[in-house]
Design a binder for this molecule. Structure first.
Ligand SMILES: *Cc1c(COP(=O)(O)O)cnc(C)c1O
Length: 458
């Protein structure tokens, strides 16, 4: 018999979770105004709202917490993190921040001015937010293959170099200072970018005299996919692949809450001392002094350790195989999901799963509610509620895809939990013809409405 795959760790500390009844959940979701963000965590059995900051730290990370140096200036924790960033990512300079969006805020305070243009591959929403907040424009140059959910393509996160060229041809070139490459491409479903593409985008940027900045939240998952899917990388270690990826970049922003497996933290890293000096001014103003930024010493220690563990093959293999395990179960049963399964989440195509719900009644939100009622599972809507209203016409924007994202926290749930999730989705799928009505909005904020929107069932 073939020895099956198993997790590369054993469990030492646990958090109890409680299975509720359907009656309780019907009551709770109603009280939450059918917005899953309003649920208390104890009302959730399996929480797949996000994989950001929700992973389990290792015993080494917890021991590093005890060694944290909380000195205001020059803490050993700062140097530990500085060395980890230099060793693993290859950047000479770095600034700690409290999370990824803070890194964007600091860096873009230097780099982005009104009227600027920032091309990239499906900019993450906080990235886009920080660009648009400065009255600049983010232009998406992701390859077309990314938008066909059924197409099997190994690197759906890639940038289309032709689209990129067009951005440079059609705009005032002095307005473009850098290209931002997001690995993995979160917005298009945790899809990876190939080494070939990173290299091509880097060469393109050099030829145009602009910088390449890597939005890096899931850089290690990206490296894993390169190892598994790209010719010539099968025998390289994750750390070798990571080092090569960053050799093509000028700077990076990082949300450490993802692949560095900590609960809070972020940083900016760069080659240029000049850029460091410019960003340092804003870091001191917005985040904190240079040697702690937005982080405590113990958190910098755990992060340094997390960067090392997060770039170990076994860690990544365990994680990505679990995401695939759930995805494959759903595919086997004919549940419409995005292909191929991404690194951190499974995306269910709600329009196909709930064909009776018109787009005006928010099919993805309806499906997320049904999944919660079915088994206490919390996913998140990536559909028209998230897409919000057009800022000018104030009309609802209806995106092409109505998805429910199930993001899997790192080292947190077992495959038994994945079985529960799969069964719940299958049960909803089996009774899809009984689900005839969706939800309507009774209250919403003027921007970022998805966090606080109040809904009622139709
Ligand atoms: C999460 C994320 C961010 C923002 O990071 P936070 O730590 O949530 O502020 C930026 N870019 C990408 C690709 C992300 O996934």
């Amino acid at each position: 018999m073939e020895i099956p795959f198993a997790e590369s760790y054993r469990i030492k500390m646990v958090t109890p979770i409680r299975r509720s009844t359907k009656e309780e959940r019907l009551q709770w979701i109603k009280e939450a105004k059918y917005n899953l963000f309003n649920l208390k965590s104890e009302q959730v059995f399996i929480d797949l709202l996000t994989d950001s900051g929700t992973g389990a730290m290792s015993e080494q990370q917890w021991s590093e917490m005890m060694l944290g140096d909380e000195s205001y200036a020059g803490a050993s924790s700062y140097y530990k993190l500085k060395h980890a960033i230099k060793d693993i990512l290859g950047f000479e300079h770095f600034l700690p921040t409290h999370q990824g969006r803070a890194a964007e805020n600091v860096l873009f305070s230097v780099l982005v001015k009104e009227g600027d243009i920032v091309p990239g591959n499906s900019h993450f929403d906080t990235t886009k937010g920080h660009i648009e907040f400065r009255k600049a424009k983010a232009i998406d140059c992701t390859i077309d293959e990314a938008f066909d959910t059924e197409l099997e393509y190994p690197f759906k996160g890639n940038i289309d170099i032709n689209k990129l060229s067009q951005v440079f041809e059609q705009n005032d070139k002095t307005k473009i200072k850098f290209i931002i490459l997001t690995i993995t491409n979160n917005t298009s479903g945790g899809q990876p970018v190939s080494m070939q593409n990173i290299k091509e985008v880097s060469e393109f940027a050099k030829a145009k005299g602009v910088s390449l900045i890597v939005d890096s939240a899931r850089f290690a998952e990206n490296a894993y996919f390169i190892k598994m899917r790209e010719k010539g990388y099968e025998n390289k270690t994750i750390k070798e692949i990571v080092a090569e990826m960053y050799s093509y970049a000028d700077a990076m922003t990082m949300s450490s809450k993802k692949d560095a497996i900590v609960n809070m933290g972020g940083f900016i890293a760069m080659r240029s001392k000049k850029l460091f000096d410019q960003a340092a001014v804003f870091n001191i103003m917005f985040e904190g002094y240079l040697t702690y930024g937005g982080m405590s010493g113990r958190d910098m220690n755990a992060l340094a350790q997390g960067l090392d563990e997060g770039t170990e093959f076994e860690t990544l293999e365990t994680r990505i195989k679990q995401v695939e395990y759930l995805g494959n179960k759903l595919i086997e049963y004919g549940i419409p999901v995005q292909h191929p399964i991404g690194g951190h989440a499974v995306f269910i195509d709600a329009k196909k799963l709930l064909p009776n719900i018109p787009k005006e009644e928010f099919p993805a939100q309806t499906l997320a509610i049904e999944l919660y009622i079915e088994a206490g599972i919390r996913g998140v809507e990536i559909g028209a509620i998230l897409a919000d209203r057009d800022p000018e016409t104030r009309k609802n924007r209806y995106p092409e895809l109505e998805l429910v994202r199930l993001a899997i926290p790192r080292r947190t749930y077992t495959n038994n939990h994945m079985d529960v999730v799969a069964a719940a989705i299958i049960n909803v799928f089996d009774r899809k013809n009984e689900i005839k009505n969706g939800v309507s909005i009774i209250n919403e904020a003027p921007i970022m409405r998805h966090f606080t929107v109040e809904l009622e069932r139709i």
